[in-house]
Design a protein around this ligand. Structure first.
Ligand SMILES: Nc1nc2c(ncn2[C@@H]2O[C@H](COP(=O)(O)OP(=O)(O)OP(=O)(O)O)[C@@H](O)[C@H]2O)c(=O)[nH]1
Ligand SMILES: [Mg+2]
Length: 558
C-alpha cells in the first residue's frame, strides 16, 4: 500500500529506499518538493505534506542527521504510518549505529545498508496490527464531546472574546483616526519643506540599533561561564531565555527539555506581534529540528533553541527569489513595453502613499511613471494621486527633449470599472513609452466578496508583472487572514488555470511599531513571498528594503 519509503542523510545522500510493488512513478519529484518547500523552509512543524495525489510523512532524526520519508496515495487512510515511521527509524538507527556514528559523507557512501528484509518485516507487522484493530465504529452522539457541552457554552459572548474584541477596537480607532486625518493629511503629506535625499540605486535596508542585543549576548556569555562551574546564580537570567540556562552537558535534546523554553519563546513571538498560529508552528518546527540532537558541552538548551529559532526566522525572511525591480523595468523597456505593478490591500494601509514613494524612487532612477487611478470608489482617491503627481513633477523637472513630465496620472474619475481603466492606462503607457505603470486600487476588506472579485478580475485581465500586497506592520493575527483571503480570492476568481497570486509584500508603517516586527514574519511565512518594500514614514524618502538579520535581531530582543 505504500508507494515508497526512503531514508537519506541531511547532506543529501540517499542511504536506502523502497518502492511499492506496481509503483512505476519516480518519487524524486515529491521528495524534492518536500525538501524544498518544507524542510529547507523551516515549515517542519507538521510532519505531513501533500504533493499532487501523494501524502508524504516524514521524520527527522537530528542525532544522526537523517530524514525518513514515506509516501502513499492521499486517498488511503493509513493509520499505522506514524508508528511505522517511528519503528523504522529506531530499527535503522540500532542496526547501523556504528556506520552512522562515523558520520562523514565518505563513510555513508561506502556503507551498505541492506535493510530490505527488516523493512518488510516491520511493514508486515504494522499492516497486521492495523488490521487486527479493525475498522472503528462511528461514535454515537451521547458518546461525543459535543453532548457534554451546554448550549450556553456554545454561544459566543462578547466578554468571552475580549482579546479579539479589543484588538478590533484598537484597529477601528486607528482606522477612524486615519480617516479623520484623511483628506487633510493625505493631500499635504510629504514634501512639507523636508529635505529629500537622493534615492538612486537599490534601496537602503531597514536597520536597528543592536546595543540591547549585544547586552543580552553578554549576559548569556556570563551565564555559560557560570554554569561551567555549576553554580548557577538564581534570578540572574532575565528575559525569555532565562529559563533552563543552567542545563549544560553533552546530552541529546528531548521534547521535555525544550518544552519550557519553547513555551516562553512562543509567548515572546506573540508579544512581538507574530500571529499566534504561526508562532506555534515555528516553535514546533524548531522542536522537530532539534529533537535528539546532541548538544556540545557548555551549551545550554536555551542557547541551542535560540540559535535554531534565529536561523529559522532568518531563513523565512530571506527572499526565496530576488525581486529586482530596477533590472526588470530595464528588461521590459528593452522589449518596448511598460512594467506594470498593481497594489492591493485593505483600506487605509498606505497603498497610495507607498505607490507615490515608489514612483519617487523609480523617477530618481531615471524611469518615467504612469500612475493609473483605479481606485474609483473612495472619494478623494483620484485627487490624492493628482497631488502626488504634481509634487513629484515639481521635484523632477522634465528631462527629455519633448519636455514631457516624468510622472503622469491616468484617470477616468469615479464609479467606472477599474479593470477597464487599468487596461486603457497600460495601452496608453505602451503608446507613450512610459517605463512603468503603477496601478492604485481601492482598499477592500478581505471578506467583501464583490470587491474581491473585482480585484481578481483586474489582475486576471491585465496580467501585471508584479502584484504587491500592501499590509500594515501593525497587524498581528489579522495579517494571516488578510493574506490567505486575498490569495484565495485571486485564485477563485481567476479565469486561467494558473492564477496570478500575490508576488510580494509592501510592509507599511514600520516606523510606528518599535520592535514589534512580527507581522514581517507572519506575512512572509504565510505567502512564501518576499517583502519587497518597507514603508518607514510619510515622506518620499521613507522607503526601505528589508534587512532580515536586523528584523530578526529586533524580534529576539528581550
Ligand atoms: N507612519 C507612517 N504612515 C504611513 C505610512 N504609509 C502610509 N502612511 C499613512 O497612512 C495613511 C493612509 O495612507 P493611504 O496611502 O491613503 O492608504 P490607502 O491604503 O491608499 O487607503 P485607501 O485608499 O483608503 O484604501 C496616510 O495618512 C499615510 O500618510 C508609513 O510607512 N508610515
Ligand atoms: Mg488609496
Amino acid at each position: 500500500m505504500l508507494d515508497f519509503f526512503t531514508i537519506f542523510s541531511k547532506g543529501g545522500i540517499v542511504l536506502w529506499c523502497f518502492q511499492g510493488t506496481g509503483v512505476t512513478e519516480s518519487f524524486t519529484g515529491p521528495v524534492n518538493a518536500l525538501i524544498r518547500s518544507v524542510i529547507l523552509q523551516e515549515r517542519s512543524g507538521n510532519n505531513s505534506y501533500t504533493h499532487d495525489a501523494l501524502s508524504l510523512k516524514y521524520k527527522l532524526d537530528n542525532e544522526f542527521e537523517l530524514v525518513f520519508v514515506v509516501g502513499f496515495q492521499k486517498i488511503l487512510t493509513l493509520t499505522y504510518v506514524d508508528k511505522f515511521i517511528d519503528d523504522v527509524q529506531l530499527h535503522f538507527r540500532d542496526r547501523y549505529k556504528n556506520e552512522l556514528e562515523q558520520k562523514g559523507a565518505r563513510t555513508l557512501l561506502s556503507s551498505c545498508f541492506a535493510f530490505e528484509d527488516d523493512f518488510k518485516m516491520l511493514l508486515c507487522e504494522a499492516e497486521e496490527s492495523s488490521k487486527a484493530r479493525g475498522p472503528t465504529s462511528m461514535r454515537s452522539f451521547n458518546a461525543s464531546l459535543k453532548s457534554q457541552k451546554t448550549v450556553k457554552s456554545m454561544i459566543e459572548t462578547k466578554g468571552g472574546d475580549k482579546g479579539k474584541e479589543q484588538g478590533g477596537k484598537k484597529n477601528k480607532n486607528a482606522k477612524k483616526e486615519g480617516k479623520e486625518l484623511h483628506i487633510l493629511i493625505k493631500s499635504c503629506l510629504v514634501v512639507q519643506g523636508m529635505q529629500l535625499s537622493s534615492m538612486k540605486g537599490d534601496l537602503l535596508a531597514v536597520d536597528y540599533e543592536s546595543s540591547e542585543e549585544e547586552e543580552e549576548d553578554v549576559v548569556e556569555k556570563v551565564v555559560v561561564a557560570d554554569t561551567s562551574k555549576q553554580i548557577p546564580k538564581r534570578g540572574a537570567y532575565g528575559g525569555m531565555f532565562g529559563m533552563l540556562k543552567g542545563l549544560v552537558g553533552s546530552k541529546s535534546l528531548s521534547q521535555e527539555d525544550m518544552e519550557p523554553v519553547l513555551d516562553k519563546m512562543r509567548d515572546h513571538l506573540i508579544a512581538k506581534n507574530v500571529a499566534a498560529e504561526i508562532a506555534s508552528q515555528l516553535c514546533d518546527s524548531v522542536a522537530k529540528k532539534l529533537e535528539g540532537k546532541v548538544m556540545g558541552t557548555f551549551t545550554t538548551v536555551a542557547s541551542t533553541v535560540k540559535g535554531a529559532l534565529q536561523d529559522s526566522l532568518v531563513q523565512i525572511l530571506q527572499p526565496k527569489r530576488r525581486v529586482d525591480i530596477l533590472r526588470d523595468v530595464l528588461e521590459a523597456r528593452s522589449q518596448r513595453r511598460p512594467f506594470v505593478i498593481t497594489f492591493c490591500g485593505v483600506n487605509g494601509v498606505g497603498k497610495s502613499t507607498n505607490l507615490a514613494k515608489i514612483s519617487f524612487w523609480l523617477i530618481e532612477n531615471g524611469f518615467t511613471v504612469l500612475i493609473a487611478a483605479c481606485d474609483t470608489f473612495r472619494a478623494g482617491a483620484v485627487e490624492q494621486l493628482r497631488t502626488h503627481q504634481r509634487r513629484l513633477n515639481s521635484l523632477h523637472p522634465p528631462q527629455d527633449d519633448r519636455g514631457r513630465p516624468v510622472v503622469q496620472l491616468y484617470e477616468k474619475g469615479y464609479g467606472k470599472d477599474a479593470a477597464g481603466i487599468a487596461m486603457e492606462a497600460i495601452a496608453y503607457a505602451r503608446n507613450q513609452d512610459f517605463d512603468v505603470v503603477l496601478v492604485d486600487t481601492a482598499g477592500r476588506m478581505q471578506d467583501n466578496t464583490p470587491l474581491m472579485t473585482a480585484l481578481a478580475k483586474l489582475i486576471a485581465v491585465n496580467m501585471p508583472d508584479l502584484v504587491l500586497f500592501v499590509g500594515e506592520a501593525l497587524v498581528g493575527n489579522e495579517a494571516v487572514d488578510q493574506l490567505v483571503k486575498f490569495n484565495q480570492a485571486l485564485a477563485d476568481h481567476s479565469i486561467s488555470d494558473k492564477p496570478r497570486l500575490i508576488d510580494g509584500i509592501v510592509l507599511t508603517k514600520f516606523d510606528t511599531i518599535d520592535d514589534k516586527v512580527g507581522a514581517a514574519i507572519s506575512m512572509t511565512y504565510i505567502t512564501g513571498q518576499p517583502i519587497v518594500f518597507v514603508g518607514t514614514g510619510q515622506t518620499y524618502n521613507d522607503l526601505r528594503s528589508l534587512n532580515a538579520r536586523a528584523v530578526v535581531g529586533a524580534l529576539m530582543k528581550a
